[in-house]
Design a protein around this ligand. Structure first.
Ligand code: HEC
Length: 136
């Protein structure tokens, strides 16, 4: 995934095509518990306010960096303009290391993030991502 945008896009396409066997589904119910860690900084209800981080309602399918009245780091806006749209798959990757992810997605090796949380366990990330997809 680190070798360039073309490859990531090809991989994303492959995952979309072959998702049924390449993708182990997360558990949204467990993800709701995992999401508790996010609540310090995010709301996820429709019309919920921006806290330290932007509102996450309907994050699945949404372009990165576009919540109104939220002041993002430039890297998020750039990544969105370059085509980053949040999906269950890329959120699993993002939550492992927001800084590394947004640097790659924005093409800015010095890009910043104000989100300090990293979820180490892949299973937890899958579950949280699955939960996020249900909030729309
Ligand atoms: C300590 C605060 C904090 C925690 C905890 C946190 N975040 Fe964030 N998050 C942020 C901030 C701040 C941003 C905006 C980053 C920027 O502009 O630099 C952000 C951005 C995001 C974005 C990008 C949103 C967009 O509109 O492009 C997603 C997705 C996200 N967070 C998901 C999560 C999830 C899921 C969790 C829990 C596993 C979580 N965050 C936990 C602070 C946090």
């Amino acid at each position: 995934m680190k070798t360039g945008k073309g490859l990531s896009l090809a991989l994303a396409a492959a995952i979309a095509l072959f998702g049924s066997f390449a993708w182990a589904e997360g558990d949204a119910a467990k993800g709701k518990t995992g999401y508790k860690k996010c609540k310090a900084c995010h709301t996820i209800e429709e019309g919920g306010k921006n806290k330290i981080g932007p509102n996450l309602f309907a994050i699945g399918g949404r372009q990165a960096g576009i919540v109104p009245k939220y002041k993002y780091s430039k890297s998020y806006v750039t990544a969105g303009e370059k085509g980053l749209v949040w999906t269950e798959e890329n959120l699993v990757e993002y939550l492992a290391d927001p800084k590394a992810f947004i640097r790659q997605a924005s093409g800015d090796p010095k890009g910043r993030t104000k989100m300090p949380l990293k979820l180490k366990k892949e299973e937890t990330r899958r579950d949280v991502a699955a939960y996020l997809m249900t909030q729309k």
